[in-house]
Design a protein around this ligand. Sequence first.
Ligand SMILES: NC(=O)c1ccc[n+]([C@@H]2O[C@H](COP(=O)([O-])OP(=O)(O)OC[C@H]3O[C@@H](n4cnc5c(N)ncnc54)[C@H](OP(=O)(O)O)[C@@H]3O)[C@@H](O)[C@H]2O)c1
Length: 337
Amino acid sequence: MAETRRSVVLKRRPQGEPRPDDFAVVEEPIPPPGAGQVVTRTIWLSIDPYMRGRLNDAKSYAAPVAIGGVMEGETVGEVVAADALGFAAGDAVVGTRGWQSHGVADAARLVKLDRNGPPLSTYLGVLGMPGTTAYSGMKDIGEPKAGETAVISAASGAVGSVAGQLAKRAGARVVGIAGGAEKCRFVRETLGFDDCVDHRAADFPAALGRACPNGIDVYFENVGGDVQKAVFRLLNPFARVVMCGMVAEYNDTAPRPGPNLMFVVRNRAKIQGLIVSDKPERFAEWRALAAPWVRDGSLKYREDVVEGLENAPAALIGILGGRNFGKLLVRVGPDRI
Ligand SMILES: NC(=O)c1ccc[n+]([C@@H]2O[C@H](COP(=O)([O-])OP(=O)(O)OC[C@H]3O[C@@H](n4cnc5c(N)ncnc54)[C@H](OP(=O)(O)O)[C@@H]3O)[C@@H](O)[C@H]2O)c1
């Protein structure tokens, strides 16, 4: 077992867009596992937009990362030492947290993975937290139906790609919104959405209107900003809006002025927020449902891999500006040593 572990810590709170030197890499001895704990060597680290919120010292649904504290994040790892029943060196697990080469976690928080099943990385993306978010949002709030139009923003991303494919399975006409021609092509041709509109194009609001001639019944909101404005104008009576995230606004230093809400009354629209951890049972439910779809290739996904723990800060900065293409992951170590 390696003698030291590397961790990425928060050096100072960014104002606006984070910078690489807001973070630092520290090295320390690997602690032994306490009673009921497991030490893992990190294989994959997930980079997610919510991490920007953890950099602010502000009231939210989760506590901020402390200055000098280790950055938070889900990982897939290999057990290197355990003081817990049912875990042995070599086991693959998901559920430890932290931008670290080695994590220490209570065994109760870990899920063991089948190394002969879907690729380990998928448990951080299509089969993990982002996939579960899409599933929860569509099942509990969006409820797309045959004949309806569902619109998904950040459609090529980890959450959006699954949300759209679920709406498609429910029989809806599905329109994605993504940044640039290449992402839009992927959304149409690989993910199988009926259409995709480039939010960077000058005539985006009009193009979205043309792509949704019957209006919008379900909107899966991932970005906010000008995209949200263009979508809200097209909502149909009894539309459902899944408020999953507003990544376009995460680097803002002050909240933007909100929309006038009269359209909610006029359209009897339902707009509901979602935090995936509120329904922990959905994680296992989604894994059981979707793993066969991943295996048979009917649920498509794309991963964007950054090499090396020290590049995690740059990866986070990139996802907040749309520079990722697919589920963003950091490769911290090999699947096996
Ligand atoms: N509520 C929950 O429990 C929960 C859980 C997981 C994720 N989320 C939210 O779900 C959303 C998607 O997360 P993800 O992990 O799947 O990330 P992702 O979609 O893989 O990556 C983020 C994408 O957002 C888009 N984006 C970034 N800046 C933008 C801007 N200024 N305007 C328009 N689009 C912009 C970019 O795509 P384009 O290049 O296509 O614009 C970027 O690739 C985020 O808002 C996240 O916070 C919420």
